[in-house]
Design a protein around this ligand. Sequence first.
Ligand code: MRU
Length: 344
Amino acid sequence: MNFFTLQWQDSSVVMIDQRKLPREEIYLSFRTPEEVGQAIKDMVVRGAPAIGVAAAFGMALAAQNSEAPNHEVFFKEMDEAAKMLISQRPTAVNLSWAVQRIQNFYRSKQDLPLLTLQNMILEEALAIFEEDCNMCIDMGVHGSELIKLGNSYLTHCNAGALATAGRGTALSVFYEAKDQHKKFKVYSCETRPFLQGARLTCWELMKNNVDVTLITDNMAAHMMQKGKIHGVVVGSDRIVANGDVANKIGTYGLAVLAKAHQIPFYVVAPTSTIDLETQEGSQVEIEERPIEEVTHFFGTASAPENVKVFNPAFDITPHDLVTAIVTEKGILYPPFKESLKKIK
Ligand code: MRU
């Protein structure tokens, strides 16, 4: 990759500003957990694994900046930072997963001197970063088995390097297939309203010389009917116990279309995205985003003033529309209730 999504540098978190891509490649530096929380909310950083890693770094900043005189005050400050970070976006489970992992870490080390603990929290956050990079590579290796010579694959939103600390989930599959010199094509849905497909997926695939063609969201059915799509490959924000998949709004529609055209529908996600405590997709909180994302196009109004707007950021794809789930530990097939439990 000739860019990075987020990194820990000199006591701060540096992130590429994804709101500005593809027109400007700017890196911003964040020095407090509150700044990191705001960056997650404002989508400077987005994508389930990436916001998890960002939040882990936010917790490391909280630890680093703390002047707490004793453990009790320190834990209180840390728990407050955790609550604030988790509350920024509700759907992707990786966010709470990463924050809770840091919480479990410091709760299990109460006997250590405060200074040692503060430093160890950074090490734990860096371990989460490192593990995410490795999981991306492994998902790519497993998923590349599904990519067949000469075929074309549709993807939605951005499940690439920009959505993780490493080389992505769904897009890692394409990067690995390319490294194996397989010839294939990618079609990227534009992904209204935030345009992650157009702005981010096309940008990073082109930067890495993967053959990508941009289509608008409403062209997917036509492309499938014409036989131009041989598989759908997407990421996920949360996979629940029965295999239902929360992902970017529009994913469910693509899954229904794929079924109607007998096209395989693959979900690629690390085990940190699997939430076995939630039984079915209907129990997942779907984030609603500001209406301006729908009524404005790069700051210019594209709808009448005061129009009523509904802007859910995610939807649920029922498990029976999913052909396979690719994780860093291997490929899972139905019945997902069993295969997910086994792998987690
Ligand atoms: O709103 P976003 O851009 O954070 O949504 C991201 C997605 O829906 C991705 O598909 C998902 O997080 C998987 S990323 C590896």
